[in-house]
Design a protein around this ligand. Sequence first.
Ligand SMILES: [Zn+2]
Length: 472
Amino acid sequence: MSLTLIKNATLVSMDSHIGNPEATDILIDGGKIAAVGKNLSADNATVIDASHHIVIPGMVNAHIHTWEFPLRGIGAGWVSSRDYHGNMHQNLATRYTARDVYLGNLLGALNQIHHGTTTIMDWCHILKDAEMTDAAIDALDESGIRAVFGRGTVKPPVTADTTPYYKIPFPRDEIHRLRTGRFASDDQLLTLAMAILGPDWGEYDVAVHDIRLAREYGLINSAHTYGRVGKRKVEDGMRRLAKEGLLGSDHNIAHGNCFEEDELKIVLDAGCTITSTCFTEMMNYEKPAMLSRMLKYGGTPSIGSDCDPYFNSSMLWVTRHAFHHQRELDNRTLHAVKAWPAATQHATHPRDALYWATMGGAKALKLDHKIGSITPGKQADFAMFDTTGMNLFAAAQSGDPVHAVVMYAEAADVKNVMVAGQWKKRDGELVYDKAKLARLRDDVLASRLRMMHESNYVYQPAANGPQPEYRV
Ligand SMILES: [Zn+2]
């Protein structure tokens, strides 16, 4: 096995036994972290000088629709989630071919690596058939990212002569094909999950069928469940599923931000995980993101980016925003009880947000035994930030590398990214054939134009829409 020795890093380990020591070495043997400590040496190791670099565990984007990457930037004028669903699922998504899915997933995954993310939960609800499914998986494989592939289904317009999507159980034959084929092993870079409708989007019997199917094949199942009273398919769905013993640590809830308090307790007592996508929750929903609110019931927040058409899906952005969002909620809560500002220290620190973005995501995906921290025995997944550039050279002198990363770092500061012992970004450049990447970028733009033309989609940025009337 090849040995790599990272020397003199400022480490943010996310492992409480290791902490955040300076001038620390990391020895990588094949795909795994072999040792972390001072003054390590190893014969025949490739030595990487990490002086003036912060090393963090690769971030985990626990909820992203990677296929949406080609449609970046079109959501500026959308007013609510109704516009998202109308434009995306009911229209543009219906124009995707297998090639479009491949392009979206490949460029989307490479973009995640570019920003220092090494693991994604690819919540892939664009898949009409096996050809598309295989194209999506091929793209993830080619990108070199670690991914939980959430095999999902489509939500096309409901017509008089077709069965509505919310009545259609998950295709068993597809799960059987994948679980006995490419995903027969869980000990590989790409693993399988089921991205199901759940009781917010599908009928109750469909949710029961899908969760049982996932359990039969030993898979995590994940559903978009906001918990908006009056707006879900099955109002008491989560309570009923809990009573029937169908909720557990294998059920991941995306959002959960509108849960009533008793419902939140029910799902967390059952062991479910919740992934917040704080940007979309802030933009489109009436209740704040589900972050620290779950702590009192023993939950661990995990975070993800969700939808590329609205904003940059960088986990650096998502993590920073999650921190700001929760700090604001903390302050408002304190103010409401006349205890603001905090007497001693704040309840939420940037290190909490980085934990959500690393260990939190790893736990939600049941991968915390392999990733999420820089711990000997775990996979060598990490990002290295160069602290000599304009953006970080002063911030990195603060003595708190977590603060420098969470509050300042951008993609340009991500110098190197490693996944399972393999460099995926090196010296600031993706490790990917440059000429091919240029061709793929052209293909993505052509695909985008074609789909927008076919769907008769008219791009209306907010600046061209009706202007609000300002009153002084
Ligand atoms: Zn989503």
